[in-house]
Design a protein. Structure first.
Length: 381
C-alpha cells in the first residue's frame, strides 16, 4: 500500500487525485509544521476533509519546526525535511506501507539544480532528483520514495487541476522571497523564461544527460580510488592486530577509553577520548584521527568488526550504504575486512558510526551545536 504525502497545495492535490484515479489502495499523510498559524491549521483541515470525502486513510502530525531547527542548528527548511521523512518512516513501520510518494515536479527539480550550482556542487548535485529513490531507515530498511510528477511542469499540473476541477490551498509564503528557493522561483526563473520559454524542460533534459554520463565512467573511476583518510592525503595501510579474535576489552585512562586488540579490529588498540568542544578547532583532523559528536554517539558505543547486515551513511552521502558495498567501493580485500575497526551504535549493533580510521557516519558529525566530541585514533602494533 502506498503512502502519499499531501500538503494541500496544487502539486500534492494533483498527486493525490492521480493516485486515486489509478484505483490502487493508498493512504495520505499531512505534516503540520506550525509555521503559518491558522493557515497551517487550515491546510490540515482541508486535506483531512478531502481524504474523508474520498474514503482515504489519513494521518496527520503537528511539529514544532522552529524549535527543532534551533536545537539542531539547521535551517527551518532542512528541519521540515528531516521531520517529515522521519515521520514517513515511522508510518511505514507502523502500518506496513510499502513506499512513499511525494509531489516533486520538474520545476522543483530545476530549482534544486540552480540551488546546488550556487552553493557549489559536484556530479551528484547536477544530476537532479530521481523519479524513484529511497528514504534511509535503519530500523525498517530503505523505504522506496517515488516522485510520480517529476516529468510534469507546473503548467502541466495547473492544466490537470483545472481539467479535474480540483481545489487546493495557496501558501502565501510562496510569494515571499525570504527563502532562497522562493527567490529563484519568483525572481530568477521569470528572467530565464524570457530567454527560453521552455527552460524547465531544457534543464530537466540536461540533468538526465548528466546522470547518464556520470554513470558511464563509474567502474573506471572506482578502479582508481584508494581508501580515503581523514585528511584526504592518501591511503592508510590496513593494520592487523596481534590477536585477531577477542572481545575487545576496554580500559579507562582518564577521559579516554582504550580498547586493546579491538575485538578483532585492525590495530593493536583504538583510543577514544571524550573532550569538550568549543568549535574553534578545525573539524579536519590529521590522518588516522576522526572526531564525532559524543552526544550523538551516546555513552554505550561498541567497538567491533564487520558483520553481515552492517551499514553506514558516510559523511555527506545522501543515503545509507551496506558496509559490504563500502568495502567494495574502497577496494578493501575480503580477507582484510575482519580487521577493520568499526565503532557501532549500542542501540543498533548494525549501525556503523565510524570506520576507523577513515570515515564517520553522517548522523554523528560535528556541528555548531556540538559541545562534546569523541576523538578516535589508533595505536599500531
Amino acid at each position: 500500500m502506498l503512502l502519499v504525502a499531501v500538503s494541500g497545495g496544487i502539486d500534492s492535490m494533483c498527486l493525490a487525485e492521480k493516485v486515486r484515479l489509478e484505483g490502487g489502495p493508498f493512504a495520505m499523510a499531512h505534516c503540520n509544521f506550525s509555521l503559518r498559524g491558522e493557515a497551517s491549521d487550515g491546510d490540515e483541515a482541508f486535506v483531512k476533509d478531502w481524504a474523508l470525502a474520498h474514503g482515504i486513510p489519513f494521518h496527520t502530525k503537528r511539529f514544532d519546526t522552529v524549535a527543532f531547527a534551533s536545537a539542531q542548528g539547521i535551517s527551518v527548511e532542512m528541519a521540515a525535511r528531516r521531520l517529515r521523512y522521519r515521520w514517513f518512516g515511522e508510518l511505514c513501520r507502523e502500518h506496513g506501507y510499502e513506499a512513499v510518494a511525494v509531489a516533486h515536479n520538474a520545476n522543483d527539480n530545476a530549482e534544486t539544480l540552480i540551488l546546488n550550482l550556487l552553493r557549489g556542487t559536484g556530479l551528484r548535485g547536477i544530476m537532479g532528483m530521481k523519479a524513484s529513490g529511497f528514504i534511509p531507515d535503519p530500523d525498517f530498511g530503505d523505504i522506496p520514495l517515488l516522485r510520480p510528477l517529476l516529468g510534469m511542469t507546473r503548467e502541466d499540473i495547473e492544466a490537470f487541476a483545472r481539467a479535474h476541477k480540483l481545489s487546493w490551498r495557496e501558501d502565501a509564503t510562496n510569494a515571499e522571497n525570504d527563502y532562497k528557493r522562493n527567490k529563484i522561483r519568483n525572481l530568477v526563473f521569470p528572467v530565464f523564461r524570457e530567454i527560453n520559454p521552455s527552460f524547465i524542460q531544457t534543464l530537466n533534459r540536461d540533468m538526465e544527460r548528466f546522470s547518464a554520463e556520470a554513470d558511464a565512467p563509474e567502474p573506471f573511476v572506482a578502479s582508481l580510488l584508494v581508501p580515503p583518510t581523514a585528511s584526504g592525503s592518501g591511503p592508510l595501510p590496513l593494520m592487523r592486530p596481534r590477536v585477531a579474535t577477542g572481545s575487545g576489552a576496554s580500559t579507562s585512562a582518564g577521559s579516554a577509553r582504550i580498547h586493546e586488540n579491538g575485538g578483532a579490529c585492525g590495530c593493536e588498540s583504538v583510543v577514544v577520548t571524550q573532550e569538550a568542544w568549543d568549535g574553534t578547532e578545525s573539524v579536519k583532523q590529521a590522518a588516522g584521527v576522526l572526531i564525532a559528536d559524543a552526544d550523538k554517539v551516546g555513552p554505550d558505543y561498541v567497538l567491533g568488526s564487520w558483520e553481515s547486515g552492517d551499514w553506514i551513511r558516510p559523511l555527506g552521502a545522501p543515503g545509507k550504504k551496506k558496509m559490504q558495498d563500502w568495502f567494495t567501493d574502497h577496494h578493501i580485500p575480503a580477507d582484510e575486512k575482519p580487521f577493520v575497526p568499526l565503532l557501532k551504535s549500542a542501540r543498533d549493533p548494525h549501525h556503523v558510526l565510524a570506520v576507523i580510521p577513515w570515515c564517520i557516519d553522517h548522523a554523528v558529525r560535528v556541528t555548531s551545536s556540538t559541545r562534546q566530541i569523541l576523538r578516535i585514533s589508533v595505536k599500531n602494533a
